[in-house]
Ligand binder design. Sequence first.
Ligand SMILES: Nc1ncnc2c1ncn2[C@@H]1O[C@H](COP(=O)(O)OP(=O)(O)OP(=O)(O)O)[C@@H](O)[C@H]1O
Ligand SMILES: [Mg+2]
Length: 289
Amino acid sequence: MTTLSQSPAPEKTDAPAGTAPVLAVRDVHISDRVGDREIVHGVSFELTPGKTVGIVGESGSGKTLTCRATLGILPAHFEVTAGAIEIAGTDIATLTPREWTELRGATISAVFQDPASYLNPSIRVGAQIAEVVRVKKGLKRREARQRAVELLHAVQLRDPELVYGQYPYELSGGMLQRVLIAAAIAADPRILIADEATTALDVTVQAEILDLLAELRERAGLALVVVSHDLAVVAQLCDEVLVMREGEVVEHGPTGEVLHHPRHAYTRLLIAEHEEYGLEKFRTPQEAS
Ligand SMILES: Nc1ncnc2c1ncn2[C@@H]1O[C@H](COP(=O)(O)OP(=O)(O)OP(=O)(O)O)[C@@H](O)[C@H]1O
Ligand SMILES: [Mg+2]
């Protein structure tokens, strides 16, 4: 399945040379105003349609803060103190709250680790997706419902009509994550950020969700940012990878090169740890969630 020796996804979706990046992160620094300390010390990458960039690194290294900065949802006392982020050519520092609302979902969207906490437990999941479609795409109630069922189908839920009418507690972790992906792609975003989106899932379901993301990327030219502590996930999905440690990017390059010819001692350590513990994980049969 997903091992390090596997080469990165074939470059079927190679964008023509000179394609403008849909996301550009330029030397972004993020500080905690309350603690008066800088936490992210300069992250840069560019993402073109149909491509995937991965961010790996130890817990607390600033991966999620980088994603949240890109989505304009940093925690209260955090701010971008230097650098710039451009989404589809627009510097996000210039966006009004209203423009942010338009951009979120429609241009940039995200899926996080704990799907249950992003869904309303007392509303049927289909209705929650239909609501996104209604608000973001301006569809009428009936069309929105139909579109929501199509989206549940697109994320490979076996019986979309049935799932439409179910409550979050009736679904498994893997199914919930698919529902969240359906909601995240409901407004046809150009960029999807998946922050540890498969971490909580068992290995089989994780592999299915990764395949789904790859398929969406191929089909819709989606640009993906994949955050994972799991190098196998990165090996399977990403064209290039950033390795973060304590708020610094210690290594950044094409996935194959970083994984097979790591330059930084920390990257070598991550790979060694993966080889020690990671492979074991893939051999352990686990119950479906
Ligand atoms: N809401 C918050 N309030 C206070 N500190 C925070 C908050 N979010 C992040 N931090 C701090 O910022 C640092 C970077 O956090 P971040 O969530 O970006 O790490 P991460 O690389 O995503 O880690 P993990 O792999 O555990 O998800 C952490 O050390 C943490 O102390
Ligand atoms: Mg995180």
